[in-house]
Design a protein around this ligand. Structure first.
Ligand code: HEC
Ligand code: HEC
Ligand code: HEC
Ligand code: HEC
Ligand code: HEC
Ligand code: HEC
Ligand code: HEC
Ligand code: HEC
Ligand code: HEC
Length: 473
């Protein structure tokens, strides 16, 4: 490990011990007085050499004797000498005895060897510290691209480019003396690691109050931004970014809503299997990076918390299953169920078939809703797909002639069927009958899916047609 040698202005240390006093009785004589001891530079690495110098107010002939428990002096009997440090890190005290005609005095200075002391607290300590007590998480992290972020720069000879290091290392910030990679360019501070997300860890050492957990999207967005990777910009435009505001904010006050509308509650649910109580949540953030992505583990594709994208989205975009077919209730956000052709109200005697998207579209929801495009040069930023809106470009591999989502007029025909069933229901006399409730369920199931037949045309069509046939106003 090498400490970055900071070439600072000469450091001055002024407070010194007086020993021996004077050997003369005459009180009127002026005592020998050490004015300053300087070390240039003020810190060095193991085996390095620095220059020490002492200035004095002396009377008559003056002699010097430098002293240290270890290391070697070039000229220990001069006012200026060089000291070569031992190859063991530590803080060393170097003293000098100055003797003149009146007496002697000793002064000392502390020299850090491979011990860099940041001026800002808390400061960055690096992953070796965290690994001592969190080896499991460290092992997981090792498998992520975050653990390779500096190697990526090395691969293209950019690992010394100051424009790149802030997002590819820990604590790189030339404006602050915080022990980051710019002060100490060593392996433990390379890459994107624990302290990029948890903040500087010097005050932690096992005390939970000395370390932070952030569910703020900006923690990720501070790096995952700009035209090369505009994740935070696109996410900010998505409805996920406003999930706390649904139903006028009621979703943050009702225990039945927080699992799918509050990031902390969703993560708590995935980690423990139960949705945490609202009272136990110390913060609330909308559905964001931390909700879908596992911060530590690369087990899931794209570092997702659940290995299958289909199930990540499907954990929230689901209507659940019908408990009582006689009174099926009101389905919401039925996208997962529709895509898979399940959980509609299926009448006896009808046949329900599926369009093949759930089989042929490999990336499921993400193929159409998280469609990426690489950075195409100035003025054509990368597309990250993080608005989560479907893109026509995602359809073209399989539907090369498509000009909009209404392929073969499918969306138009589903809209017409919705209107037809709605008209029948509007004309109903008995709105408490089982037949009415079942037909209404299917209408709302298709409407709540909101893709107008794209997710699963055959299933949507069959649910609407069978309801129209089965229901008589
Ligand atoms: C200090 C900057 C920084 C922060 C903070 C950061 N990342 Fe990254 N992230 C990167 C860089 C740089 C890479 C690319 C590393 C490489 O490929 O060498 C990356 C890669 C990734 C990848 C791709 C992983 C893979 O294995 O394919 C994901 C996913 C990711 N980050 C998610 C997140 C999330 C979620 C957060 C917040 C919880 C976050 N990042 C915080 C800089 C950052
Ligand atoms: C604002 C933060 C930031 C800065 C500054 C930055 N990067 Fe990155 N870099 C990232 C993130 C975030 C990723 C991961 C992107 C992803 O996975 O989509 C990344 C990924 C990369 C990759 C992997 C390939 C890719 O695009 O996924 C390379 C190569 C790279 N950066 C090079 C550089 C170079 C060279 C510089 C300096 C000229 C630089 N980066 C500056 C944040 C940054
Ligand atoms: C990309 C951002 C990111 C990185 C890098 C990261 N963490 Fe985390 N960490 C989080 C988030 C977000 C949570 C809370 C969500 C969760 O539990 O998944 C968390 C939770 C934790 C927790 C408490 C919950 C638990 O899982 O035990 C510990 C401990 C922890 N991280 C340690 C570490 C250590 C050690 C490292 C480095 C090896 C690290 N983290 C790297 C973002 C990150
Ligand atoms: C001396 C052992 C030790 C070291 C070193 C250490 N941790 Fe911890 N850490 C712990 C223990 C123990 C806890 C659990 C405290 C508790 O919740 O009772 C913890 C908890 C955490 C938490 C969760 C805090 C919370 O609010 O629940 C995070 C995040 C974390 N550590 C990250 C880190 C990071 C990052 C580093 C390196 C900079 C690190 N730890 C170094 C022992 C350590
Ligand atoms: C199973 C997960 C889940 C639960 C639980 C949940 N929601 Fe939602 N909610 C969603 C999803 C997914 C969407 C977006 C679906 C869409 O637009 O098709 C949504 C959208 C909404 C919207 C429409 C968004 C808007 O701003 O127009 C409102 C309002 C809403 N939810 C209210 C609630 C309320 C109130 C509760 C609790 C009683 C609740 N949700 C519980 C998943 C859930
Ligand atoms: C609603 C869930 C969701 C949210 C919210 C979300 N992501 Fe993603 N992210 C995904 C999915 C799905 C993918 C595509 C994964 C795949 O297909 O491999 C992805 C891909 C990525 C990738 C590329 C991974 C790779 O392997 O190339 C990065 C980097 C990333 N997200 C970062 C972020 C950041 C940063 C945020 C917050 C600003 C964020 N994501 C918010 C679901 C989400
Ligand atoms: C933790 C729950 C959760 C997860 C996981 C989730 N969503 Fe959402 N999603 C919501 C909520 C809640 C809303 C509505 C927010 C609002 O309108 O306020 C929403 C809204 C949306 C919308 C906009 C709906 C509209 O009416 O325009 C799309 C599109 C969407 N999500 C797609 C996805 C995709 C694709 C995935 C998986 C990559 C995903 N979501 C994962 C909860 C979730
Ligand atoms: C074959 C591509 C495809 C797949 C796969 C797919 N979607 Fe869609 N989705 C669409 C299209 C196209 C629309 C209709 C958009 C429109 O008409 O504006 C849509 C509509 C939606 C909507 C309504 C809000 C909006 O953006 O208009 C949500 C929410 C949604 N999808 C979520 C999901 C989820 C969750 C999954 C996985 C369970 C999924 N989708 C799978 C293409 C797809
Ligand atoms: C991986 C290939 C693939 C992708 C990507 C894909 N589709 Fe399809 N889609 C199919 C197949 C296969 C069918 C079934 C064709 C049939 O039954 O004749 C289909 C059927 C459809 C249908 C029903 C057409 C009919 O006449 O029955 C619609 C509408 C549709 N897709 C829309 C879309 C849209 C919109 C997108 C992009 C958002 C998309 N698809 C992306 C493969 C794909």
């Amino acid at each position: 490990m090498k400490v970055l040698q900071k070439i600072l202005a000469v450091c001055t240390i002024g407070c010194f011990l007086l020993i021996g006093a004077c050997t003369h009785d005459n009180q009127e004589l002026v005592l020998t007085s050490i004015k300053t001891i300087t070390s240039t530079p003020n810190a060095i690495s193991q085996g390095g050499t620095l220059t020490l110098s002492v200035t004095v107010d002396a009377v008559g002939s003056t002699s010097f004797l430098w002293n240290a428990a270890t290391g070697a002096f070039s000229d220990p009997q001069n006012d200026t000498t060089q000291w070569t440090a031992p190859d063991v890190p530590g803080t060393y005290i170097i003293s000098v005895v100055v003797t003149d005609d009146i007496g002697s005095e000793v002064g000392s200075i502390e020299v850090p060897v491979d011990v860099y002391l940041p001026t800002v607290s808390p400061s960055f300590v690096g992953i070796n510290n965290c690994a001592q007590c969190h080896s499991g998480i460290t092992d997981q992290w090792n498998g992520t691209d975050h653990a390779e972020a500096l190697a990526t720069l090395e691969g293209i000879f950019q690992d010394n480019n100051s424009r790149c290091l802030a997002c590819h290392t820990v604590g790189y910030d030339p404006d602050i003396d915080n022990g980051g990679y710019d002060e100490v360019p060593v392996a433990r501070l390379a890459n994107v690691s624990c302290e990029n997300c948890h903040g500087p860890g010097s005050e932690h050492n096992g005390d939970p109050s000395g370390i932070a957990i952030s569910y703020d999207a900006n923690t990720c967005g501070s790096c995952h931004q700009d035209e090369h990777h505009p994740y935070i910009e696109e996410w900010s435009m998505s409805e996920h970014a406003t999930s706390l505001e649904s139903a006028g904010g009621f979703v943050t006050q009702n225990q039945n809503c927080v699992k799918c509308h509050v990031s902390e509650a969703f993560v708590g649910f995935l980690n423990t299997g139960t949705t945490p109580a609202i009272a136990d949540l110390t913060s609330m953030n909308p559905i964001n990076c931390q909700s879908c992505h596992d911060p530590h583990s690369h087990e899931g594709e794209g570092q997702l918390r659940i290995a299958s994208v289909d199930l990540v989205c499907g954990e929230c975009h689901t209507a659940g299953t019908i408990e009582d077919p006689q009174d099926p209730g009101t389905p919401h956000h039925s996208q997962w169920n529709m895509l898979h052709g399940t959980d509609g109200l299926e009448y006896d005697g009808f046949e329900y078939q599926d369009s093949p998207h759930f089989l042929v579209v490999e990336g499921k929801c993400a193929s159409c809703h998280v469609s990426m495009e690489p950075f195409g040069g100035q003025g054509s930023p990368a597309k990250t797909g993080h608005t989560f809106e479907p893109e026509l470009r995602a359809c073209l591999t399989c539907h090369p002639n498509a000009t909009d989502f209404d392929i073969n007029g499918v969306q138009t025909s589903i809209t017409l069927l919705i209107e037809e069933l709605q008209a029948e229901l509007d004309a109903a006399i008995d709105t408490e009958s089982v037949a009415y409730k079942q037909a209404l369920y299917n209408l709302e199931f298709v409407e709540a899916d909101a893709s107008h037949g794209v997710h699963n045309y055959k299933y949507a069509k069959a649910l609407l047609e069978s309801s129209i046939q089965n229901f008589d106003p």
